[in-house]
Design a protein around this ligand. Structure first.
Ligand code: ADP
Ligand code: MG
Length: 246
């Protein structure tokens, strides 16, 4: 069995002009695995995502993807190697339909001549149909993305990330602004992706984290405070103190 990690962070530190947003963060993620990253506001979660995708450069430390260092690569090269990120706020193309959004996203990482050819190959169309079903938006296929409800936009954007066929999906607060029902549906959607992709999910909503029930890393003031199963994290006094501000 191949047990080599897909992603490894080795002692990653990010210093913004004297402010340490991340200090000595090390973690590794296996292929097709789920990792949940939680922590209060300002803990450094989004910075960690930015650093993996090459938008922020670590001051020290290394990041390896499929055993290759990616620390110094430009963002587009990292994306091309198979990492795709969903931002905190939905970034769908509002004047295109749901289906068109998926097709555009699927082609973003392909050859330029494919991205500009007018009719998608059957396989691409088929894959987009599959994703449409996974994200539960089959009946919204022709709806303009701009007129979707908030939760639907988030699901479409997850679908767009999936459509890139990236091996590692980074999802930054996919439940932002959602009620309990949509939050549960988002957890189910993410769980259905694990096994085909490795997924790193960032959030701070404990009910969502419990629904995901994955191996969880707690970040606090730029450092890893705890790692473990959700029940271990739940029972941890230091984690509770951070969350309740005690
Ligand atoms: P989280 O996503 O966990 O809420 P962030 O990673 O967004 O936290 O931010 C962590 C800390 O780093 C915050 O205190 C934030 O103000 C700071 N920070 C984030 N980006 C920058 C930046 N580009 N320059 C300076 N400070 C930043
Ligand atoms: Mg954030």
């Amino acid at each position: 069995m191949n047990t080599a990690p897909l992603l490894t962070l080795e002692n990653v530190t990010v210093d913004f002009d004297g402010f340490k947003a991340l200090t000595d963060v090390s973690l590794s993620l296996a292929p097709q695995d789920l990792r949940v990253l939680i922590g209060p506001n300002g803990a450094g979660k989004s910075t960690l995502c930015d650093t993996i995708i090459g938008r922020v450069r670590p001051t020290s430390g290394r990041i390896l993807f499929k055993n290759q260092p990616i620390t110094a690569l430009p963002e587009q090269d990292i994306v091309r190697r198979g990492i795709c990120r969903k931002f905190q706020t939905p970034g769908v193309l509002p004047s295109l339909s749901v289906m068109e959004n998926l097709l555009v996203s699927a082609r973003k990482n392909r050859a330029w001549w494919l991205a500009f050819s007018s009719s998608p190959p059957a396989a691409e169309q088929e894959r987009a149909e599959e994703i449409l079903e996974t994200i539960g938006l089959t009946d919204r296929r022709e709806t303009l993305a701009g007129s979707l409800a908030h939760g639907e936009k988030q699901w479409l954007e997850i679908g767009m990330v999936v459509a890139t066929d990236a091996e590692l999906l980074l999802l930054d607060e996919p439940t932002a602004g959602m009620g309990p029902q949509d939050t549960q549906r988002t957890a189910d959607l993410i769980l259905s992706l694990v096994g085909r992709h490795a997924v790193l999910v960032i959030d701070h909503d404990m009910s969502f984290v419990e629904a995901l029930n994955g191996y969880t890393t707690v970040l606090h003031q730029g450092q890893i405070l705890r790692e473990g199963t959700v029940s271990e994290i739940r029972a941890d006094a230091a984690v509770e103190a951070v969350y309740l501000g005690r």
